[in-house]
Structures are given as C-alpha cells and as structure tokens.
Design a protein around this ligand. Structure first.
Ligand SMILES: [Zn+2]
Length: 112
C-alpha cells in the first residue's frame, strides 16, 4: 500500500470488536487475517462478513463465517510456491486471484 492508502485504511478500519474476534475464532484458525484492502472483498450474503485471508508459500485461502473451522469451507487460489514451481518464476503470479475467486464465489451465492 502507498502511504496515502495506509492513511485511508487507518481511517476506514473498524475498531477491534472483541465479541466479533471471538466469533471469528470459532470459524477460522488464527492465521487468517482481515485483508488490508478489505473494501474490495465483497461481503458474503449468508453471514454478512467480508472474508479473512490466509496467504503463505503453499496456500492462499479466504474464508467467512460459513462452514466449519476445519472442514475445508474456504475459497482458494494457486499458491505462490506452486506458481513458481509450475512456471519457473513469478511472472504469471496473479496477486488478485484469491480476491477474484472470492468475489466470483459471492456473486454466485447472490444469484441463487
Ligand atoms: Zn459466509
């Protein structure tokens, strides 16, 4: 993020809500964090939450409060490690792939 975006984020970020954090703890493991660009992530129409996101070398996941903590109810994208192994570099790595997959998922839910 640019410094201007960071300032905007600080102004827009909701205050930490302990009850909400406790609820999240029932649905996602601690590694999931609220994305810094959270306004871009569409809220789930079922639980009314924007997802929390977990990105590491071998996985990229987004999850809301639908489904259980450990039952695989998440949206995923190709991990950066797989992309590098598949293509031999970062050129094809799409940083927004998880965001796009999430927003497509929510759009599908909204149509039902
Ligand atoms: Zn949901």
């Amino acid at each position: 993020m640019t410094p201007k975006e960071e300032t905007l984020f600080a102004l827009c970020a909701p205050p930490v809500d302990e009850l909400e954090e406790w609820r999240w703890g029932m649905y996602v493991i601690d590694a999931y964090k609220a994305p810094l660009d959270f306004p871009r992530w569409r809220p789930c129409p079922v639980c009314n939450r924007r997802p929390r996101v977990w990105k590491f070398d071998n996985g990229r996941y987004a999850k809301c409060m639908c489904g259980g903590k450990y039952d695989g109810a998440h949206i995923s994208a190709e991990p950066i490690g797989d992309c590098v192994r598949r293509t031999g570099g970062f050129a094809e790595y799409k940083d927004d792939e998880l965001l796009d997959n999430w927003n497509d998922h929510v759009a599908g839910l909204t149509l039902k």
